[in-house]
Each structure stands twice: as structure tokens, then as C-alpha cells.
Design a protein around this ligand. Structure first.
Ligand code: ZN
Length: 333
């Protein structure tokens, strides 16, 4: 059966079997003994999802510690996706990480993004698209599910695969009935249950759709479902200033050609997470609201347009805005 599934000839002398998901009997059919853990490309896999999750976390945290001492890359979020989480994206095609370990991985990523920042925006905000006020940080659960579902779906389209045979037994090949019914599925294989719960809401892929487009559509849908369930659609700052054209604000931040450091400063200023003394006093991290440079009250507007080089930058900005709007600079406030 293994040879039929993988189309390779197994060398029983060098092969190891890992009992998983309720399979407790040693594999003896091909003369291969079972082990309680195996190491592949330096990653140790144990028996059961919990132990696999621990292996994922340990591997990522160790990598993060060594990478964090390097200088920050040009785009931190991109670095998190491509480097810190790359191992997870690969493994997620085989087995999904557990909920508790996704939380740990998310904590590691947000710690890396914010470093020693005192104020920051929630991870649910970071995961929004740039046009919605986030930084398009990947939702780890959503992306892991996307990889796994896309792989299962792909295997189900091949008539000769063992996955097709197993999934056909549970009526999970092709379009799945909506509302989903998972009561007949084994409780020990939770990722199949998740597949059966989520895939009824995904329109089947047509012959014109590439696998990449199918994955993008799948991820977008899973993200929408997660956002809707958690009620995290509206930003804190948007609730504070409901009359603002927020979509226009976020689009401007990301499309007018600012350098990365200035873009980050704009983002922090708009989200009001700059650690001014006025805010630090409120949480008892300092005793005075005065600016250490000029003695005035240290609030966000003071930092941006009144202190140090702020007046010079603000005067230049007003001149540019006035030129665009065809007004006198003194009318810009
Ligand atoms: Zn000042």
C-alpha cells in the first residue's frame, strides 16, 4: 500500500514508521519497525498532534533566537513570513499545528515585530490587509489550514491515491454537503473533521483556476470566517474617530512612496501608539508629562510638529499640501 501511494521502492533497512492518529500497532507488513519519534531534516516528529506541535514550536523558537540578533530586515513582516514561519508552511501541508502552539508561534512573531515597543496594535489588527489598517501579517491558523486543505483537495482529485480511497469512504471527495455533517468521522483525526467543516463553504475549483489562485481564494475565505467569528473587524482607532475616511488614510500611507521608517512612524502616529510622556504617565512608567527637550507637555502632536525638527517638517508638509490643494500654507492647519 505504501509503495502504491508513493510510487517508490522502500528500503526496509533504512525506513522508519511512526504510529500516528490512533494507529498503535507496529508496521510489520514490510518488515519496518515503528518508533515513538523520527527525525527528518533535523525536525523531530513524535506520535500524536500534541507532540508534533511541540516539535514545531521548539524548532521555530530556536531559530528565532538566533535570527533576532541580526539587524532588522527592510520589511519585518515579510521576514516573518519568509524566514521565521517557512518551516511551518512546509509542515502544515502534512499535519496541522495545535491551537495552543499556534498561539505560541503568534506570540513569537509579534514579539519579533514589536521588539521592546511599549504600545502596539493587536495581532488581529496586524492581520488585516494594508488597505484596512493592518500589515497583512499571515493568520497562522488560516494559512496552515489552506496548505493542508489544498493538499487534501489535490490528492482527492487523483483517482489512484490512497487519500482518495479514504476520503471517498467519508463522502469528502468533490463538493461536500452543506451544512456539514461530521458525526460519522473519527474523533481521533481532527484535521479531517476541520476539512469537512470548512470546505462546504468553498466553491469547487474550476479547470481554469491554478493551484495558487485556489489557495489564495481558500485563505481569503478562511480569514473572513475567522474575522467574522472573532468580531475583530473594526479597528480601535476607527471606533475612536468614526467620521474619518480610514480606507483613504491607509491607502495613502502605503501608496505615496514613503520610505519604510517614515511609513512605520506614520502608522504608529495614526494608531496613536507613540510612547509620549503623556501616555507613559497614565500607566505609571514615568512621573512627568513634560518633554525632556523643551519642557512642554509631551503629547503626540507635540512630537510630530512642535519639537526638535518637527516645525521644519511641518512647515514643508504644509507647503506641499497647500500646493496640491492650491491654497495658501497659512490656511492649512
Ligand atoms: Zn519638546
Amino acid at each position: 500500500m505504501v509503495r502504491k501511494a508513493t510510487a517508490v521502492n522502500l528500503n526496509s533497512q533504512n525506513s522508519k514508521a511512526l504510529p500516528f492518529a490512533g494507529w498503535s500497532q507496529p508496521a510489520t507488513a514490510l518488515g519496518i519497525e515503528s518508533h515513538d519519534h523520527v527525525t527528518i531534516f533535523g525536525i523531530t516528529y513524535g506520535t500524536g498532534e500534541r507532540q508534533l506541535g511541540r516539535c514545531l514550536t521548539v524548532g521555530t523558537c530556536t531559530g528565532t533566537k538566533s535570527l533576532c540578533s541580526n539587524p532588522l530586515p527592510r520589511t519585518i513582516i515579510q521576514y516573518v513570513h519568509l524566514c521565521l514561519l517557512s518551516k511551518i508552511w512546509y509542515l502544515a501541508q502534512i499535519l496541522p499545528p495545535t491551537k495552543e502552539h499556534v498561539q505560541q508561534l503568534t506570540t513569537v512573531c509579534t514579539w519579533f515585530i514589536w521588539q521592546d515597543a511599549i504600545f502596539c496594535v493587536p495581532v488581529s489588527t496586524l492581520q488585516l490587509s494594508k488597505e484596512q489598517g493592518g500589515w497583512a501579517l499571515m493568520n497562522i491558523v488560516g494559512k496552515c489550514k489552506t496548505f493542508l486543505y489544498a493538499r487534501l483537495w489535490s490528492l482527492c482529485t487523483k483517482n489512484s491515491s490512497i487519500t482518495t480511497t479514504i476520503m471517498r469512504k467519508w463522502n469528502l471527495t468533490g463538493p461536500i454537503a452543506n451544512p456539514p455533517n461530521v458525526h460519522s468521522l473519527p474523533t481521533g483525526i481532527s484535521y479531517i473533521r476541520h476539512y469537512a467543516l470548512d470546505m462546504p463553504y468553498v466553491a469547487p475549483s474550476g479547470p481554469q483556476e491554478t493551484m495558487q489562485k485556489f489557495k489564495n481564494r481558500l485563505y481569503g475565505l478562511l480569514l473572513t470566517m475567522a474575522t467574522t467569528c472573532n468580531c475583530t473587524g473594526e479597528l480601535w482607532i476607527a471606533r475612536k474617530y468614526p467620521g474619518m475616511a480610514w480606507q483613504r488614510v491607509w491607502t495613502n500611507v502605503h501608496t505615496i512612496g514613503l520610505s519604510d521608517p517614515i511609513k512605520s512612524t506614520c502608522y504608529a502616529a495614526i494608531h496613536e501608539i507613540i510612547p509620549t510622556n503623556e501616555r507613559l504617565v497614565a500607566i505609571h512608567l514615568t512621573t512627568t508629562t513634560s518633554c525632556v527637550r523643551c519642557g512642554a507637555t509631551d503629547k503626540q502632536l507635540h512630537r510630530l510638529i512642535a519639537c526638535e525638527e518637527g516645525p521644519v517638517i511641518w512647515t514643508w508638509t504644509k507647503t506641499r499640501i497647500a500646493a496640491i490643494l492650491r491654497l495658501y500654507p497659512k490656511h492649512i492647519d
